[in-house]
Design a protein. Structure first.
Length: 415
């Protein structure tokens, strides 16, 4: 066979081999890798919170409104000073709507007039009834005296007549005794009626005094000097003009001590078991996104409650900020990273580099022109990293991006 013919046969074969094998791709293919690191490994729970003052003077609805005799459960805020305003003790902070107070006070006055009339009527009824009863007693006494006289006069009569007059005397005496007992009973009855109505009068007079006191305190004043920060009302929303406040939601505003700030948050039920007192918390405040503040957990609620604005339960947790110099204000939103585990001098790697299933975890490494799968044992995890317990060493390279058929690569198991 001539060389020319041989070249026509060999050239296509070589071309086919080159297309299938693509040696230039094998030689030039570069895979993104990550390095196994060693150092401090921290796990944390991320929770959104809000700055509040640990110590603050509360500005609430008038204390008299907590009295059970005041049948007003909520009052609308008609006016409210601007949040952040510096006020002095005695300055006006809010004005509460007087309509319901005035209506209740009118109703109380009407009831009092009714009761005054009832008391007077009861006293008149008592006087008339007891006077009639006393007249009855006097008549009964006269009957007794008459019967006694007849008994004396019958001493010369037959025994039958004497017996009859004695019986009439006994009947007159019993009737007198009954009338006297009736006087006592009626006296007690009328005293009870009068006393009952007088108690009602006293109660409504007290209620009137309370309502008048509440009316005089509808202008809510500051109990101390400080900066006004609105309180939280129903559904966790800030109090504002038009909000309703009362005995079940009394807070209108606070005067916070800005040197004692805490971040208050609600930790979900699935995470609360990881939270302990005195745990360190790294805090990022939206107003200072490039700075991390340090805090410490000082309080964990024993009972869960519905998280405001969400349809799930959580536990209220308070974190005290430490050693801050920035001008932080209550109401600022915080992102709290509660450190649940801290392990120093341990291996960890990018989470996306670890593959596997329920029975085995592995990473992918390049060995020569091929790939291998290497078993690893992982420990703690964060949102971005796995702790490596066994299977890798510091500074080892691991493939981060790989082909879909990597599952066919050789698997190297740990001993």
């Amino acid at each position: 066979m001539s060389k020319r013919k041989l070249s026509f046969i060999v050239a296509p074969v070589i071309l086919l081999i080159v297309i299938v094998w693509q040696p230039w791709k094998v030689m030039s293919d570069s895979h993104k890798t990550v390095t196994v690191e060693k150092g401090l490994f921290e796990t944390f729970v991320e929770v959104t919170g809000e700055l509040k003052a640990e110590k603050a003077v509360d500005i609430t609805v008038p204390e008299v409104s907590f009295n059970d005799e005041v049948d007003i459960w909520a009052m609308k805020i008609m006016s409210l000073v601007e949040e952040g305003k510096i006020v002095k003790k005695g300055d006006e902070v809010a004005q509460l709507e007087p309509t319901e107070v005035e209506e209740n006070l009118t109703s109380v006055n009407e009831k009092l007039n009714e009761l005054y009339t009832l008391v007077e009527d009861a006293k008149i009824d008592s006087t008339l009834a007891l006077e009639a009863q006393r007249e009855t007693i006097q008549k009964e006494r006269d009957r007794v005296l008459d019967a006694e006289l007849k008994v004396e006069q019958s001493s010369f009569e037959s025994k039958a007549v004497q017996r009859q007059t004695s019986i009439e005397l006994e009947k007159a005496q019993r009737s007198l005794s009954k009338s006297q007992r009736d006087l006592i009973t009626k006296t007690q009855k009328h005293k009870t009626i009068i006393a009952r109505n007088e108690r009602k009068v006293k109660r409504y007079e007290n209620k009137k005094n309370l309502m008048e006191q509440l009316r005089s305190e509808l202008t809510v004043k500051s109990p101390a000097d400080g900066m006004v920060i609105y309180g939280n009302g129903y559904n966790g929303q800030k109090v504002k003009v038009g909000s309703r406040v009362g005995r079940w939601m009394p807070l209108i505003a606070t005067l916070p001590d800005l040197n004692t700030l805490i971040s208050e948050m609600y930790v979900k039920e699935i995470d609360i078991a990881k939270i302990k007192l005195d745990q360190q918390v790294n805090i990022v405040i939206d107003a200072f996104p490039n700075k991390t503040f340090i805090g410490q957990i000082i309080s964990i609620a024993n009972i869960g409650q519905e998280i405001p604005g969400e349809f799930q339960n959580g536990f209220k947790v308070k974190v005290k900020l430490q050693n801050f110099k920035e001008e932080l204000l209550p109401g600022m939103t915080t992102t709290n990273y509660i450190i649940t585990n801290r392990i120093d001098n341990t291996l960890f790697i990018d989470k996306k580099a670890v593959l596997g299933n329920d029975t085995i975890n592995y990473v992918v490494q390049k060995k020569g022109l091929s790939f291998i799968r290497k078993e690893v044992i992982t420990g703690l995890e964060t949102e971005d990293h796995f702790q490596i317990i066994d299977g890798l060493n510091e500074n080892e390279k691991v493939i981060l991006e790989y082909s879909d058929n990597i599952g066919d690569a050789k698997l190297i198991r740990l001993n």
